[in-house]
Design a protein around this ligand. Sequence first.
Ligand code: SF4
Length: 460
Amino acid sequence: MQHTRIPEQLPVMEKLKILSDAAKYDVACTSSGTARGNNGKGIGNCFDAGICHSFAADGRCISLLKILLTNECIFNCRYCLNRSSNDVPRATFTPDEICDLVIGFYRRNYIEGLFLSSGILNSPDYTMELLYQTLYKLRSQYHFGGYIHVKAIPGADPFLIEKTGFLADRMSVNLELPTAEGLRRLAPAKSREKILKPMRQVQNRMEENREELALYRSAPRFVPAGQSTQMIIGATPENDFQIMSVAESLYKKFDLKRVFYSAFVRVNDDSALPALPGGPPLLREHRLYQADWLLRFYGFEAGELLSEDRPNFNILFDPKCDWALRHLELFPVEINRASYQTLLRVPGIGVKSAQRIVKARRLGSLDFQDLKRMGVVLKRALYFITCRGRTLYPIKIEEDYITRNLLYVKEKLPPELRDDVTYRQLSLFDDGMPLSVEEQSVLLDVSAGSAAAFAGGGAI
Ligand code: SF4
């Protein structure tokens, strides 16, 4: 199919419109965990406190200029808007145009960094060379010290990837689909091997770089914020267990900083793609993010959350609550004695509140009032804990009873222990593993008009 060609002299703002829109399906774009100083002559800093780290309600990063270098592509992945057979407006930035945009937006305080991805223009090497040139100019000629996340292009010369990695904060290679079979069906020009090769290269080089930095503190830093990847969810028939197992293996074997999950959006009319009458699987995406959080910070393993017999997450409860309901023999736990790892497994207790509990109980035994002050989501935790040997109410440690009560929590707590009822914006980082807006509506459907289930900012 003939592409709608863009005239060479297309204004840069027109290109921006096309290439920022084309980048919106890539969600692997958080910035955190890196510090890049400025020598006083350049522009921009990047702090590991994560100031260029911001999320929309659906978990997508919003603080970076997020663009493609080009939406031209020699490949024809069936799920992708930019595939070669689509008749869409095409554009390609020059490295200097990207530099001007980044510096201009940075000066106006619009952005704190750059997320740069790309279609494959001519060849992987050609594209990677352009990405490298862009970063080289930004760092050396424009003295930009802000955060940069760039894609490593599978199939590109490892030397180009390495040079680019010394200029970037984070690199990512998208896994795209969770299994090799999925790739064969929807992206036959790609293969699991080709994708994992640069991922392994980046991992090995990061490891070497840590040794170099231990010897010479002034050694150049290679991808200091680590690497990430993205999987599209729902375009191929993998279940949640398969997806979580892949993510777990990537964290363990490739030292990934983050795995991102992107609910499949059907942008192409293609018989190989699922119809998705209910729209993109956002609740599923949300559950995967919650489970991912449990793998990284709560000591869970994928095999504890799901199994081949039970391969998908519960739509009613977050993965930790679901796990607790299936392991009631371990509850209730005594707040004043339970280990930190055990506390982390209690629904309604997050990393921060578990840390606070362990610290505070050294000074004396804790009661439910103390827990509330420490951020424990009591309306969820109360079924799983005791304080000084007593539960908050006389309760039954029994699955049906707890399930019913968790779905009807309003006014269950005494007034002094009630959380404020707010409908605040939800964040992936709340201790209490909040519900998304879609999740709330699913619950509303299921519990037939029980708006009570959502009192307290959506936390059940
Ligand atoms: S290589 Fe990337 S940009 Fe090209 S068609 Fe595939 S997913 Fe789209």
